[in-house]
Design a protein around this ligand. Structure first.
Ligand code: GTP
Ligand code: MG
Length: 57
């Protein structure tokens, strides 16, 4: 399922740091698994990348 994904969305990125997520590593690993996918980082809380996300729907 993951290997055929067209998009991978990381959500709630406003809390990534306090949650201990290494965002750069997560994205690098995602690219290894699904090189064809569009990767997007979003936050409903701050609105970060909201319009880009809407465009993907
Ligand atoms: N900090 C933060 N909290 C969020 C964000 N989006 C949703 N939440 C909070 O996460 C909780 C679950 O909200 P949902 O609307 O179910 O959001 P969801 O993206 O489906 O999140 P999960 O159910 O936790 O997977 C609520 O307390 C929301 O206020 C975000 O971008 N940042
Ligand atoms: Mg939910």
């Amino acid at each position: 399922m993951f290997q055929t994904a067209k998009s991978v969305i990381f959500k709630k990125v406003d809390i990534a740091e306090v949650a201990g997520l290494n965002g750069q590593l997560a994205i690098a690993n995602t690219k290894l698994v699904v090189p064809q996918a569009t990767i997007l980082e979003v936050s409903a809380r701050t609105g970060w990348q909201r319009e880009t996300f809407r465009g993907c729907l």
